[in-house]
Design a protein around this ligand. Structure first.
Ligand SMILES: [Zn+2]
Length: 388
């Protein structure tokens, strides 16, 4: 059955136009969907016949958000830690351990119910593709549970056993890396697509990170890296050397890091919710984009450093505080996220792509930054079906 979405006031396709505009914006446009895929895009006046027609009423339509970084399987929350931080306490990687205890104590059914609630929450805000990491189990049994549960709701599952060294391995980081690259990887690799590591002071050294990533690559997982969140380090160089799809955070980048990224296929995924929620300085997205780095935006939904699941919120912060234009921020939250996941079937509205679209209660995507905090997501289509 074909469905035509017509009378679209502003359509962001992300198909680079002849004049070099990466958003490929069309006005008075229409999109034809057949069997979950986009089959035609063009001027509403030229639209083909369809079995059903859906009138967008002149609204703006964008691709569904591709959130390439989240930690949605966990127990408990850290509201009290957030409150203390807002009263002046500094964020440190060690806080992850309190979520580990709560996650280990939760049953599969409890974690699953929570996870499904988050997926609904994301969809209602326009996210149609989400990556989910493990990293709050940190034992063979618990990491296996987390990647297995994540795989129930998304194909984009990341094994992050090397999130932080658990309390029982304190001062024995290398032994913990033996566990991660051995029995834990054996248990988790069948459920995962990606291998990730937190390469940062207080988490894992660059040597340990290399061991983790190389072990994952040897098992057929593709690398991505958390790095340069709390200070500058060698994580970016390692990520680029190993051909990682993305390095995430990148709050503290040297000129050499920026140059290495610009000359690579590695995406830099910025996570504005983290700086918002930890009161760290925002990274300068303008510097990165001007240098030719491919930038993605993601929520990093997690109970410690960024408990938002709203891509519109992240877009608003990226525009207000990181120097991105609204067009760049929307691109980064859609096509940029797809690049960070090496996906060529989402993040773009063009024939052959999945019919994942968001109708906004607004005449232009600019409103996503211009009207922060206002629920502008009107209707969400995933694989050609209205899901929110
Ligand atoms: Zn993260």
């Amino acid at each position: 059955m074909t469905v035509l979405i017509t009378n679209i006031g502003e359509l962001t396709t992300n198909v680079r136009s002849a004049d070099g505009d990466p958003t490929g914006t069309l006005h008075d446009a229409a999109v034809l969907i057949d069997d979950g895929r986009i089959v035609w895009v063009g001027a509403a006046a030229d639209a083909p016949q369809a079995d059903e027609t859906d009138d967008a009423g002149g609204a703006a339509v964008i691709p569904g958000f591709v959130d390439s970084h989240s930690h949605l399987v966990f127990g408990g929350d850290r509201a009290v830690e957030f409150e203390a931080r807002m009263a002046g306490q500094k964020y440190a990687a060690g806080g992850i351990r309190s979520t580990v205890a709560a996650t280990r104590a939760a049953t599969d059914d409890e974690l699953r119910a929570r996870l499904r609630g988050f997926i609904e929450e994301l969809r209602a805000q326009g996210t149609t593709t989400v990556e989910i990491k493990s990293g709050y189990g940190l034992s063979v049994v618990d990491e296996e549970r987390l990647v297995r549960l994540a795989a129930e709701v998304t194909p984009e599952v990341t094994f992050l056993g090397a999130h932080v060294v658990p309390a029982e391995y304190a001062d024995r980081g290398d032994e913990y890396v033996d566990l991660v690259t051995g029995p834990m990887l054996d248990a988790c690799a069948p459920h995962a697509k990606w291998i990730d590591v937190f390469c940062e002071t207080g988490a894992f050294s660059v040597e340990q990170s290399r061991r983790v990533l190389e072990a994952g690559i040897a098992r057929g997982l593709a690398p991505r890296v958390h790095a340069s969140q709390l200070g500058p380090g060698d994580g970016v160089r390692l990520a680029v050397e190993l051909g990682a799809a993305s390095i995430d955070h990148g709050t503290y980048l040297t000129d050499a890091d920026v140059e290495a990224l610009a000359g690579s296929d590695t995406v830099l995924t910025l996570l504005p919710g983290v700086e918002f929620s930890t009161r760290q300085p925002y990274p300068d997205a303008r510097r990165l984009i001007d240098a030719g780095v491919t930038v993605a935006l993601a929520c990093d939904t997690n109970p410690g450093s960024s408990f938002t699941s709203s891509m519109p919120f992240c877009i608003a912060v990226a525009v207000r505080d990181m120097g991105m234009t609204p067009a760049e921020a929307v691109w980064a939250a859609t096509a940029g996220g797809a690049a960070a996941l090496r996906r060529d079937d989402v993040g773009v509205i063009a024939p052959g792509y999945r019919a994942d679209l968001v109708l906004l209660k607004a005449p232009t995507r600019i409103h996503l930054a211009y009207r922060p905090g206002v629920p502008l997501v009107d209707q969400v289509w995933k694989d050609g079906v209205v899901v929110a």
